[in-house]
Ligand binder design. Structure first.
Ligand SMILES: O=C(O)CCC(=O)C(=O)O
Length: 212
């Protein structure tokens, strides 16, 4: 029997997986489930997410405070979380978000004790290139991202080579950045001039100071 070995690329293994690719020289350490949620859950959980309390935080740039280009929310186990130099209290988990967290944990066997929500009301809302690396989430954290609402393009950029890999994250998609991803890659959801509707993204994260 003849076996044909193919060089691995970023091309998804099933046609329903919507990873786009460049040259395929490096592979991001992620698990991607484009249809993780059922149609009922993705609609219901989007509505429940929109009904939560959201706030537009501020960052200081060149000595001036400017609003971040998205709304944010923080839920989790009972602890305080340092974010952009401010101590924030995690609000108690809404039931649907705890269920989402539990399902993600059951899938990947990794533990997450808080969730940061990002709400992109229009295509002008965005998050720039960054890695999720600060002391409270520990070394080599896994970060799981669950998308609801309109599709936006999530970009991963390899720090060493500059290679970029794109994922179009539809409602109900789950993308888990595995240990090593934050150290070797940056990620972003950039502004778009295309007309896009509202999107909410939940990132489940570990927090090393939180009660287990
Ligand atoms: O909205 C997304 O898909 C990405 C969110 C993100 O980059 C973050 O919370 O660090």
């Amino acid at each position: 029997m003849n076996y044909q070995f193919k060089k691995p690329t970023h091309q998804p293994k099933t046609p329903e997986m919507k990873a786009l690719t460049t040259t395929g020289a490096v592979t991001p350490p992620v698990l991607f489930h484009p249809h993780f949620l059922s149609p009922a859950d993705k609609l219901g959980w989007f509505d429940q997410s929109k009904a939560l309390a959201w706030a537009r935080g501020e960052i200081t740039m060149y000595g001036k405070k400017i609003p971040v280009p998205r709304e944010e929310a923080l839920f989790g186990d009972d602890f305080r979380y340092e974010y952009r130099g401010t101590l924030l209290k995690a609000e108690p988990w809404p039931d649907f978000l705890l269920e989402a967290r539990d399902r993600v944990q059951a899938l990947c066997g990794l533990g997450f004790n808080f969730a940061v929500g990002n709400r992109y009301v229009t295509g002008k809302d965005s998050i720039g290139w960054h890695s999720d690396s600060f002391p409270q989430i520990g070394e080599r954290p896994a970060v799981a991202s669950l998308s609801l609402g309109s599709t936006r393009r999530f970009k991963l950029r390899h720090k060493a080579s500059g290679e970029v890999v794109d994922y179009d994250l539809e409602s109900g998609a789950l993308l888990i950045m595995l240990p090593g991803c934050q150290e070797e890659w940056e990620h972003a959801v950039l502004k778009t001039a295309r007309p896009v509707g509202e999107r909410i993204n939940w990132t489940f994260r570990p927090h090393r100071d939180a009660p287990r």
